[in-house]
Design a protein around this ligand. Structure first.
Ligand code: HEM
Length: 461
């Protein structure tokens, strides 16, 4: 593969993509492994919007222009699949679920089956779960924390996001059993997170950590299997995604999902939903605590729209500022900050040659700070998402949920959750930064974490 990317490679047409050379990295003192975000920003500043470099020894072509991203994700999508490093690494865990499925007919069938469950009208059924779990968290805060106490909200938001996705999947009756599932999931997620910073040896090698991962996956599988059995025997009175998944029938041939596939999809939904929403919530409240004027505007909007009520699904349309806060946070700290594709055959992008089997690297953290696309990109300005200011923006200049046919299936679910959790909290609490602490920095793991958590002073209003 490496030889295909060198000048004179056999496939594709056009010029060779400019490479980040080892010598210039040394000269400028930057490296992907030491400081990924710094390295990537330096690389596009130095080489422009199409460039290549190596990740764990594997050559990548990075695209940082909306037109080129559109080419890969939409216009010439048939030429690109997800049989790429990032997803190969997690296949032993996610198996045949949507996230890491390479593509083609098996993915299309699954997506067809599952897409209807994530329409806004269906997501609306889970609004009460989202606000109810948030209210419980706030009640615990009220009980456990004196006014102005410093709380690591990141930890609590992790628990909240997991409760919301578990209850949406398995209904409230899952009760205490969900705790065991959550514990196994958290353990698997931690091991996987560490693995991603240095993905050697492969997960198939039975190191002690990989054996623990295997056991955690077995526990999750057993939980899902027992819940599916129970769920089939006695239907739930609260709507849940598991029931909808079990009933989902392919519009083409009426067939349902096989039991094993169902397991994989449930796991993929929890993995897709958990860390991404946790991180998004943490960044939202850290940004608000750092920007009192924007926080005040949000609180005023929430008070005006809700008049003291717990928000419902319909309140989202009445609270545009809250939506802009969510969107601006996802611009600045896009939790799913990088993704990849693999070229099946050769292509030409911006006059550059893309050989068959090349890895394509897309990074929303860098794209969302492109100075040609965003005014003052390092500043938190929710109004930039107002309809007036959004006019004329390229569709692929903003892609916290990816783009094209593999766009996040849970995006309405996530946007609803973030919006409603934000309103529910803003009604009852405000936040300030504990004095003397340095700003929270992003840590690029599988998702973009706030390094060291998000300690904030929490004040009941
Ligand atoms: C703020 C929250 C979220 C963010 C930022 C996010 C981001 C993303 C991105 C960027 C992708 C596409 C990756 C790629 O093209 O390689 C994706 C795919 C996916 N996400 Fe999300 N996601 C979020 C929440 C959720 C939730 C709540 C769920 C489930 C309830 C979910 C389930 C999935 C699944 C199953 C896929 C794979 C879809 C497919 O390939 O057909 N995500 N997500």
């Amino acid at each position: 593969m490496a030889s295909d990317l060198r000048p004179g490679g056999r496939t594709g047409q056009g010029r060779t993509v400019p490479a980040v050379r080892f010598a210039e990295r040394v000269r400028d003192g930057t490296s992907f492994r030491r400081d990924q975000l710094g390295f990537l920003q330096w690389a596009v500043r130095t080489h422009g919007d199409v460039l290549r470099f190596r990740v764990f020894g594997l050559p990548m072509i990075m695209l940082n222009h909306p037109e080129d991203i559109y080419r890969v994700l939409v216009e010439n999508r048939a030429n690109y699949d997800k049989d790429a490093l990032l997803y190969r690494l997690v296949r032993p865990v996610l198996r045949d679920g949507l996230i890491g499925s390479p593509g083609g007919e098996p993915w299309q069938r699954q997506r067809r089956l599952m897409q209807p469950l994530f329409r806004p009208a269906v997501v609306a059924r889970f609004a009460a779960t989202m606000t109810d779990e948030t209210t419980r968290m706030l009640d615990r805060w009220e009980r456990d924390h004196p006014r102005g106490a410093v709380v690591d909200v990141h930890r609590d938001f992790g628990e909240l996001a997991l409760r919301i996705v578990n209850r949406s999947l398995f209904s409230a009756r899952v009760g205490d059993a969900a705790r065991d599932f959550a514990a196994a999931f958290t353990e698997a997620n931690d091991i996987l997170g560490r693995f991603f910073t240095f993905p050697f040896p492969p997960l198939s090698v039975p190191t002690p950590a990989h054996r623990r991962l295997r056991r955690a996956i077995d526990r999750m599988d057993a939980f899902i299997a027992s819940f599916v059995r129970r769920r089939a025997a006695e239907p739930s009175d609260e709507p849940d995604l598991l029931g909808l998944l079990m009933e989902a029938a392919d519009e083409r041939d009426g067939s349902r999902m096989a039991a094993e596939q169902l397991h994989h999809e449930v796991l993929n939904l929890v993995v897709g939903a958990y860390e991404t929403t946790t991180n998004a919530l943490s960044w939202i409240f850290w940004l608000l605590a750092s920007h009192p004027e924007e926080a005040r505007r949000l609180t005023e909007e929430a008070d005006r729209a809700l008049g003291g009520r717990v928000p419902g699904f319909d309140d989202m349309a009445r609270t545009p500022y809250a939506r802009w806060v969510v969107e601006e946070t996802l611009r600045m700290y896009s939790p799913a900050w990088q993704f990849m594709r693999r070229a099946k055959g050769p292509d030409t992008i911006r006059g550059y040659r893309v050989p068959a089997r090349a890895h394509i690297y897309l990074n929303s953290y860098v794209l969302h700070r492109h100075p040609d696309l965003w005014d003052d990109p390092d500043s938190f300005v929710p109004e930039r998402f107002s309809p007036e200011r959004s006019q004329g923006r390229h569709r692929h200049a903003y892609m916290p949920f990816g783009g094209g046919e593999r766009i996040c299936i849970g995006q309405h679910f996530a946007l609803t959750e973030l919006h409603l959790v934000l309103l529910t909290i803003a009604r009852r609490y405000r936040f300030t930064l504990p004095p003397g602490r340095p700003p929270v920095r992003p840590e690029p793991l599988i998702t973009l974490h706030p390094r060291g958590g998000v300690p904030l002073e929490v004040w009941p209003r």
